[in-house]
Ligand binder design. Structure first.
Ligand code: SF4
Length: 372
């Protein structure tokens, strides 16, 4: 029995697959992914973007393979990055085989769109030979004609049927190493489709609200749709689709998982919106700290609160905290207790240094524990 049952999320039991060395499904942490938006044939630009995504914490990165040059470029890309790469293929079975040969860890392809049974067999064989998993990616905007005619419009039932039809093709080829997504840009449709699919099979699910929009709108929309699913225990890997720098997708993905206690990475800042009572400029302090602390990967909490109304209470629940006081002097909390005071002018440098030291201490403890 957990101490705070209202915080418990019971994850749907799914089978586990691997995307390269990253487990997806089962009891694995929910993997966060993004997709490059460089030209895949521009190997340097693509590798540089993947490195930025790795730094931000990406577990998996997807790369488009629209033509043969891209599928071949994948080979050079895979060699220079650390995260497993998913090759995004549409229709052409040769691209899928080339991508598998180039070292893709996963193929995003819908077997029902490949063509003949023989072509499907060849793609599955290439995936087996090269240790690739697959993702079946159903999208409300590109449902099969026959389903659209039968159902009249994209609906959850049609999307689930499409996903299961593709799955059956792989199962008939004795291939079970895949995950499924049923994305839609409509939150209601996507959530209902994922809920129904979660009931209908035990394959790991890749969550996404497709074409969600720009940074602000897309973040809100994705958080509502994916948040509802994750809260209900559905979802094994996520991609937040934003018309923005892909690094933002990773940041938003983590924030979503952090909010639900499903994953922790880096500094989680608890801060007040500020008001006339604030002892220092909370908004600019938080903005600066977010930037200055972006390199910390160790999970820890920091409260940045403008005054004593909420400062001590929040500080009690966080590893480090600051509460604004009068006369430009503010109380610093360590481990929930008031520890010492700091002036406004020195606050940023001081907090950055405290957080860095705390993170180093946590990491050192981890090493010590694992050596024991
Ligand atoms: S904690 Fe203090 S400064 Fe911050 S919003 Fe509340 S009353 Fe205002």
């Amino acid at each position: 029995m957990s101490v705070r049952p209202y915080r418990d999320i019971h994850r749907r039991v799914s089978r586990q697959i691997f995307v390269g060395n990253v487990p997806v499904g089962g009891d694995a942490p929910i993997a966060v992914q993004s997709m490059t938006n460089t030209l895949t044939t521009d190997v340097n630009a693509t590798v540089a973007q993947i490195h930025r995504l790795e730094e931000a914490g990406a577990d998996i990165v997807r790369v488009s393979c629209p033509d043969q040059e891209s599928a071949f470029a994948l080979k050079d890309i895979v060699r220079q990055v650390h995260v497993p790469i998913v090759a995004d293929i549409h229709f052409h079975y040769r691209r899928a085989i080339e991508a598998a040969e180039s070292g893709a860890a996963c193929l995003r392809i819908n077997p029902g769109n490949i063509g003949s049974a023989e072509r499907v067999r060849e793609v599955v064989q290439a995936a087996k030979d090269h240790g690739c998993s697959m993702r079946i990616g159903v999208n409300a905007g590109s449902l099969e004609k026959e389903l659209l005619e039968r159902y009249g419009e994209p609906c959850p039932e049609a999307m689930v049927e499409s996903g299961l039809n593709h799955a059956r093709i792989l199962e008939d080829n004795d291939f079970f190493n895949f995950k499924i997504s049923v994305k839609a840009s409509d939150v209601f449709l996507a959530v209902a489709a994922y809920q129904a699919l979660a009931e209908a099979c035990d394959y790991p699910l890749h969550l996404g609200i497709t074409e969600a929009g720009g940074l602000r709108g897309g973040t809100v929309k994705s958080s509502i749709g994916m948040g509802a699913l994750l809260w209900a225990g559905i979802g094994d890997t996520i991609r937040v689709s934003l018309s923005a720098d892909p690094v933002e997708e990773i940041k938003v993905g983590y924030e979503m998982l952090k909010s639900l206690g499903l994953r922790n990475r880096g500094v989680r800042i608890v801060s007040c919106p500020s008001c006339a009572r604030q002892g220092y400029d909370v908004v600019s302090t938080v903005a600066t700290l977010e930037e200055r602390l972006a390199h910390i990967t160790t999970p820890l909490t920091l409260s940045i609160i403008g005054c004593v109304v909420n400062g001590p209470g929040e500080a009690r629940e966080t590893d480090l905290g600051v509460t604004g006081g009068g006369g430009g002097s503010h109380m610093v909390y360590v481990g929930g207790s008031p520890d010492h005071k700091i002036d406004s002018a020195d606050m940023i440098e001081h907090i950055v240094s405290l957080v860095e030291k705390k993170a180093a201490a946590i990491e050192a403890d981890k090493v010590k524990l694992s050596a024991e």
